[in-house]
Write a protein that binds this ligand. Structure first.
Ligand code: HEM
Length: 260
């Protein structure tokens, strides 16, 4: 079993903690329209979730393949994975479906008036889901997922054969995706990741805090003055929220301590 605590001992002591980055998504209406239209176009051309999973399996910089290996119980090895291979692997295929479903959902919120809150909530939930799946995040992982995702969307858009223009009497296929589109996607994915990280980091740091107190697990000893306030400062959550998380994770502590 790949436990976050063990993993942390082997590599960095903490995942890259969220910096106090912008909490709001700075997308104009035209950028949002552009994301909606390009997602529709890209997902008509390709199975984006499947493309993303194949790219991540082939990327040696992330721990994605190793993590998936742990969960599926089989050795995946390093190979050149294709989308057909992903379709043939039960867990990989279901992650691909989950990715498609997540993006269908967040993109369907983009034109709502309170889209920022809605997308933020969905992203926080996804971060929490990764925490529950015991997926460990490091800076490298985030960067690769972001790049592979953008790459999957852009490649799908480039497959669109409708982008042909008549230039000087001849037909020319324009093999570029507008900078406006890539920039909008970059900001969008950045926002999702920032919020996934926030929830993940909050829960993880809370667990580390509890584990550090393993000699005395009584939550009443954790006064919100020192370490709790530090978490609050770094993660940008209120002390109240941290205390609530501490309490809800006190049972998770028992489970984790059984493995460590
Ligand atoms: C934009 C960022 C990300 C999105 C949208 C995303 C989305 C998802 C979704 C929807 C699932 C499937 C959940 C389910 O089973 O229903 C999943 C699983 C998974 N994700 Fe992510 N993810 C992201 C970032 C990452 C990162 C940075 C990593 C680290 C390498 C990662 C590793 C994994 C792994 C290993 C699983 C499978 C876990 C298991 O089988 O239990 N993800 N992800």
């Amino acid at each position: 079993m790949d436990l976050p605590l063990r993993d942390s001992r082997q590599s960095s002591p903490l995942p890259d903690s969220p910096s106090a980055g912008p909490r709001s998504i700075n997308l104009s209406i035209s950028e949002r329209q552009c994301i909606c239209a390009s997602w529709e176009k890209a997902s008509n051309q390709s199975d984006i979730g499947c493309e993303l999973v194949a790219r991540l399996l082939n990327d040696n910089r992330t721990r994605f393949r190793a993590l998936l290996e742990c969960k599926s119980g089989g050795y995946l090895g390093s190979g050149n994975y294709t989308t057909e291979d992903v379709n043939g692997m039960k867990r990989a295929r279901s992650v691909a479906d989950g990715v498609n479903c997540f993006f269908n959902k967040v993109i369907s919120k983009l034109m709502d008036t309170n889209y920022i809150d809605e997308i933020q909530d969905l992203s926080l939930q996804l971060g929490a889901m990764h925490f529950r799946m015991k997926v460990w995040f490091q800076a490298e992982n985030w960067l690769c997922v972001k790049n592979c995702l953008l790459d999957s969307v852009i490649s799908a858009l480039l497959k669109d054969t409708k982008g042909t223009y008549v230039i000087c009497g001849g037909i020319k296929k324009v093999q570029t995706v507008e900078k406006h589109t890539t920039h909008a996607w970059f900001k969008f994915v950045q926002f999702i990741i920032q919020n996934m990280k926030k929830d993940f980091w909050l829960k993880l740091s809370t667990l580390i805090l509890i584990l550090n107190q393993r000699q005395n697990v009584d939550l009443r000893v954790l006064q919100p003055v020192t370490t709790v306030s530090k978490i609050s400062e770094i993660a940008g959550f209120s002390i109240d929220k941290i205390i609530k998380t501490l309490i809800s994770y006190s049972s998770a502590f028992l489970l984790f301590s059984a493995f460590s």
